[in-house]
Design a protein around this ligand. Structure first.
Ligand SMILES: [Fe+2]
Length: 265
């Protein structure tokens, strides 16, 4: 650990050392991955498919060794994503984006993001043949904000700040992410440019108006630290895997907790 290390959240020791995400010796990670700019070529308007620069890093199942049993035995996995600040063409750096696979009970699991460093814009939308989107929101989130992602919505994360965007996420263990629809249709309904302007994706035949909300407005209130809640009181997070719990806690989002995308088998 260097002297410039900045701890990002309670309960686990990791942070940014300049551009690099670093972890205390007691932190365990099951799997790491990354996506290059070139691998996202179908999702940006102007990009070199041969560009092998890393756009974002992912760290799956992150926990402190002291919490090993509790963090690995529950229904949820705690993971991290770190998106670089540098633009791609005129666009802000972003993740690929996906929707969740459907569970046997027909409820695609919800997800929660917590911004740990930087500023993010999180696009949530439906997706239909055309391609077309009938609802799109841009959820704006700063450090400490939690973004609630209903199971039926496609979601994509955009770095809208000056440095790296680092966020944690909680999702159901063993759940699958479906990427094909997004890739086939050339990304999400809106592009965010570096100057903060939003442009409808020209590849879409029909795009709903873009609604901007804060994370707190979208969730209907504040939500506490994901790591410490998962470690100390995971029952509070049952809305992430149980449809009834989700609808009870977020009644204003109930309409998005059901299949609305194209991922339905
Ligand atoms: Fe997801």
């Amino acid at each position: 650990m260097t002297s410039t290390f900045e701890s990002l959240t309670d309960g686990i020791e990791f942070g940014l050392d300049g551009e690099r995400l670093c972890f205390a010796d007691t932190v365990r990670i099951t799997q790491e991955g990354h996506r290059t700019v070139g691998a996202m070529s179908s999702l940006y308007r102007h990009v070199d498919p041969a560009d092998e620069a890393v756009l974002y890093d992912t760290f799956y199942d992150v926990r402190d060794e002291a919490d090993e049993d509790r963090m690995l035995s529950g229904k949820l996995a705690y993971s991290l994503t770190s998106i670089r600040q540098a633009p791609v063409g005129t666009e802000s750096a972003k993740t690929h984006g996906h929707v969740h696979s459907f569970e046997p009970d027909g409820f695609p699991p919800a997800e929660a993001y917590e911004v740990l460093s930087g500023s993010g814009v999180f696009f949530l939308q439906d997706l239909h043949a055309g391609p077309a989107s009938r609802m799109v929101v841009a959820v704006h989130a700063e450090k400490g904000d939690v973004v609630v992602i209903p199971g039926g919505l496609y979601h994509c994360s955009v770095n809208a700040g000056e440095g790296r965007l680092v966020f944690a996420d909680l999702c159901r263990r063993g759940m699958s992410d479906v990427y094909g629809d997004v890739r086939e249709f050339g990304g999400f309904a809106y592009l965010r440019h570096l100057d903060g302007e939003y442009e409808p994706n020209p590849r879409y035949a029909d795009v709903a108006g873009l609604k901007h909300v804060t994370a707190e407005e979208w969730a209907g209130g504040r939500i506490g630290s994901l790591y410490t809640t998962l470690r100390d009181d995971p029952a509070q997070l049952a809305w992430l895997w149980d449809r009834d719990e989700f609808v009870s806690r977020f009644p204003h989002l109930a309409e998005y907790a059901y299949p609305v995308g194209l991922a339905q088998p």
